[in-house]
Design a protein around this ligand. Sequence first.
Ligand SMILES: [Zn+2]
Length: 151
Amino acid sequence: MLSSIQKLSSLVKDALDIAKEAAVREKVLAIQNEAFAIQDTNFLLLKENHRLSERVKELETKIAEMEQWERTEAACDLYELAPGVFVYSCKETVSTFNQGPYFCTNRFHKKQKSILQNMGKYTNGTLYRCPRCYTEIMDPSKRGPGGFYQV
Ligand SMILES: [Zn+2]
């Protein structure tokens, strides 16, 4: 009788051990699944962080370009080479040398500084051409000291 009770007790203990192992295995699987989910979330967050870092760099570059353009714009002014012939030029250069370089008004309004190229003097004036948009302007005046005036 005692032997049967001991055997029964051993069987119950074994059953409990198996049940504990199954419960532990189940918990381990749950923990692993949670770890994988955290890993996936972490990967997505890293990917989003990288995307946002790139966006920040892009915006910082854009801001730097805008600030640079604001400095350029503040350093320049619109001048009338001759009646009806407008160009942008640097205030300092104009005040010091009373001449260009001249910048294309089309490009300047698009926040680009494109120096008008002197294409030569012709009978009706000096021809300038923008290397970017190929706008041509003719300066019919005989430029010299005091030859152009600020608008
Ligand atoms: Zn142009």
